[in-house]
Design a binder for this molecule. Structure first.
Ligand code: GAL
Length: 682
């Protein structure tokens, strides 16, 4: 079931009954309810409260808390507490601990120090989750469950002995024979060939840190598989006990896990932890004040939306962030809590829960502030949360509405993970991802991410007139077939440099790039180079426009059907070489672009190609404002988010009802105050 059937624009907060005195619970919950907070998330780090000794289970503490929740009418998201194994477990069973690449175990004292593959940890997890489910499943206050807390946060790499053993099982299943594994990993290089499965380990320290890149890629796939199995182990147990209307979720999203598959297998919907102030760190160099960095969080939200079009926010920032390890950010400016909440909603959140009610007075997170400070007195931040929660109530009919994007950026886990292994591709892709996001934001042509997965259909691609696959170095045959059909039937596809030179194991093909996409693209790559750091970037002449090349250049040789639209210029040896080649295929076209993208070049594509701004009929706004549109059954909700500390102008092309204030705004110009938000309903 989707989130809209559960949450409908509710506001929640993370609460730690175990951090406060029992007499505080009721006043705290009542104060939350008075301020529009109707859901609390609890227990994700409270294993010892349920199982103080191995096999000894007690439920009194949370029974008492849940009774207070029931009595006050507060709804609860209950968590499985597996993110923090108890000290007795960490101490008695070192095999449950994760290790760093050097093999040194992560000891008790932080969190997420366990590994997913330890049979003992799986047994302990099975026991605790079963007992919690048996005891709490039908509790009237509980509306849903969160699995663990932030799978793969802190570290997303696993090097314990249990992982090596499980890696071998995984590899035997995948490759069948050592011969196949040796071939896939190219182990003949530097005499790495394996002669027995016992010789294979998770990556370990090597001279100069060089390892086998094909093995590293497979290792990430294995981590993803392990994470998914661990999530499924828990959700399978919960499903046996939970009433049908109780949901299962987890909060993400982190690296080295296929979040799409995990959600399909184990969750009703995903939730995201959104901390836009992460962009600021008072201990490091100041961010560029011209570009409000919190706006970048819209990119993460777009990623979350690709997993679930409607999702929840389990932790929305409500105060200054900081850790005792040396990280700190300023407190949100007046207006920013509301702005960031509506940023989440604009992108598809139907539920927003803040982190956390009162700031911890103990432990590593005394500087990671909640809504209230240590003293628990009402403050400015709570007043803003109250106002925001009241605003969300006026948007109840927006729950279940869908974000409207004009084009999509294609992504896939093969390349996402290979980029972690391949610094060349990482450098190129990082540049282009940022460029397309900025271009989309500033030109008010909204984008989605669309993940190419085994079950991706042509219909999913056809929702967009334009697809951009910036640098799909690994290109599978099935992907090429899908893209061909998309273009054939009228789609426009942009492929950036370095497309298609690798296979699914990350091995380079003995074919000219773009490899399997040679028939699709109108050009082959003759030669390639990083741009020379000491030289000015070559320019790319595209009709009237002069763009800057970025990071990398493919030297393209057009096919007879390839039409050269732009060429490199400037003091490079490849001046005059094609930089953009178009090939018409069927009713569509493929554009092969020979470099990484800049914001400017991405904008040039958006201007030249058949994409439209969904806002154009209703509204115009300055670049500094993000615009977003959610739609449901003919109803439209138009969000205007001003991230800047200056007032910004928008222009309404017709009178529209603004929902948060409940007023009709006339046609014409208006100012949006610093950090201001508007939600127009049509
Ligand atoms: C999240 C985590 C919370 C809390 C918060 C602030 O990543 O889920 O438990 O630690 O960050 O650091």
């Amino acid at each position: 079931m989707g989130i809209e059937s559960y949450m409908g624009m509710t506001t929640g907060v993370c609460y730690y009954p175990e951090h406060w005195e029992e007499k505080d619970w009721k006043p705290d919950l009542l104060q939350m309810l008075e301020n529009g907070i109707h859901v609390v998330r609890v227990a994700e780090f409270a294993w010892s409260f349920f199982e103080p000794e191995e096999g000894v289970f007690t439920f009194d503490f949370f029974d008492r808390f849940l009774e207070v929740a029931r009595e006050t009418g507060m709804k609860v998201i209950f968590c499985t507490p597996t993110a923090t194994p108890p000290a007795w477990a960490s101490n008695q069973y070192p095999e449950i601990l994760n290790a760093n690449r050097q093999g040194v175990l992560y000891r008790h004292g932080h969190r997420r120090h366990y590994n997913y593959n330890s049979p003992k940890y799986r047994e302990l997890t099975r026991n605790i989750v079963t007992r919690l489910a048996e005891h709490y499943a039908g509790h009237p206050a509980i509306i849903g469950w969160q699995l663990d807390n932030e799978f793969n946060c802190g570290t997303d790499e696993f090097y314990s002995q249990s992982d090596s053993l499980a890696f071998r099982v995984y590899l035997r299943k995948k490759y069948g024979t050592l011969e196949a594994l040796n071939k896939a990993w190219g182990t003949v290089f530097w005499n790495q060939s394996y002669t027995s499965w016992e010789e294979v380990f998770v990556p370990r320290p090597t001279v100069a840190g060089y390892t086998n890149p094909h093995m590293e890629l497979e290792f990430i796939r294995f981590i993803s598989q392990s994470t998914r199995e661990f999530a499924k182990l828990q959700s399978d147990i919960l499903r046996q006990y939970l009433p049908k209307e109780t949901f299962i979720t987890t909060n993400g999203i982190f690296g080295n896990v296929d979040n799409h598959a995990m959600t399909e297998e184990s969750l009703d919907f995903i939730t995201y932890d959104s901390y836009p102030n992460f962009a600021y760190d008072v201990f490091s160099s100041a961010p560029d004040p011209k570009e409000p960095e919190d706006r970048k969080w819209s990119r993460n939200l777009a990623q979350v939306r690709s997993i679930c079009p409607h999702f929840g926010i389990m932790e929305q920032q409500s105060g200054p962030c900081g850790s005792v390890e040396g990280y700190g950010s300023p407190t949100p400016n007046p207006g920013q809590i509301k702005l960031w909440t509506l940023q989440s909603v604009a992108h598809g959140a139907d539920f927003v829960s803040y982190f956390r009610w009162k700031t911890a007075t103990i432990g590593s997170e005394i500087y990671w502030h909640g809504i209230l400070d240590y003293d628990g007195r009402e403050n400015r931040r709570l007043r803003e949360v109250r106002e925001t929660a009241a605003g969300l109530q006026k948007l109840r009919d927006a729950a279940g509405s869908t974000y409207k994007a004009s084009f999509a950026l294609l992504q896939d886990y093969d390349n996402l993970w290979d980029n972690r292994v391949d610094p060349w591709m990482e450098r190129i892709d990082r540049q282009s991802q940022k460029a397309w996001f900025q271009a989309s934001q500033k030109s008010h042509i909204p984008m989605d991410y669309l993940y190419l997965r085994e079950n991706t259909t042509l219909e999913q691609l056809q929702r967009y007139p334009l697809l951009v696959y910036p640098h799909g170095a690994i290109l599978r045959e099935s992907t090429v077939r899908l893209l061909e059909a998309y273009v054939e039937q009228g789609g426009t596809l942009i492929l950036g440099c370095r497309t298609g030179f690798k296979d699914e194991y990350g091995r380079c093909l003995r074919l000219p790039a773009p490899g399997l996409a040679r028939g699709l693209s109108g050009a082959t790559v003759e030669e390639f180079t990083f741009l020379r750091p000491e030289d000015p970037a070559p320019s790319i002449r595209w009709g009237e426009k002069t763009l800057e090349a970025s990071v990398f250049a493919d030297l393209l040789s057009p096919d007879p059907e390839g039409e050269v639209l732009a060429t490199f210029e400037g003091g490079c040896f490849y001046a005059g070489t094609p930089a953009l080649v178009r090939k018409q295929t069927g009713r569509g076209a493929v554009y092969a672009y020979a470099s990484a993208f800049t914001e400017e070049s991405a904008r040039a594509f958006l201007e030249a190609l058949p994409v439209e701004s969904p806002f154009a009929p209703y509204l115009e706004g300055e670049e500094a404002c993000e615009l977003a549109l959610r739609e449901k059954e003919g109803k439209k909700f138009l969000f205007v988010l001003n991230y800047s500390k200056e007032p910004r102008e928008i222009f309404l092309k017709q009178p529209m009802e603004e929902r948060l204030e409940g007023k009709l705004h006339p046609e014409g110009k208006e100012q949006v105050e610093p950090y201001g938000v508007r939600v127009f309903a049509l």
